[in-house]
Design a protein. Structure first.
Length: 121
């Protein structure tokens, strides 16, 4: 994944496809556990990106319902993690990985844990 490579080149170390919270059935694509930053890179197709989401004519209703469920789950996962005090960053797979890496790096650097303050959720 291009974003991971960009992060690694930037000196950041992280876990991949890891669960932020054991009690939640959510796996982040990139996880900074001590900084409590969870990063998701959403596929344009399955997560219905506004630019590249499907407009499939066949089974259009079925697809619309399925993709709407996926997006609703994305939103639910984001807010569940935020409730646990995680910073959640979501990117589309079409986004510039270097730019995404900059956003991630600044979120990790700005985390209360990284600055050495006690974390309060
Ligand atoms: Zn896209």
């Amino acid at each position: 994944m291009l974003l991971r490579r960009a992060l690694y080149r930037g000196g950041l170390r992280y876990r991949v496809h890891a669960r932020p919270e054991v009690s939640l059935r959510i796996r982040a694509d990139v996880l900074f556990r001590s900084a409590r930053v969870a990063v998701f890179v959403d596929g344009c197709f399955w997560h219905a990106c506004p630019e590249h989401g499907t407009n499939s004519k066949a089974n259009a209703e079925w697809w619309a319902a399925k993709l709407a469920r996926n997006r609703a789950r994305d939103r639910a996962n984001t807010s569940a993690l935020q409730d646990y005090g995680w910073t959640v960053l979501r990117f589309w797979e079409h986004e510039d990985p270097a730019e995404a890496a900059r956003v991630v790096a600044s979120a990790v650097a700005g985390s209360p844990m990284v600055r050495g303050k006690p974390f309060s959720s």
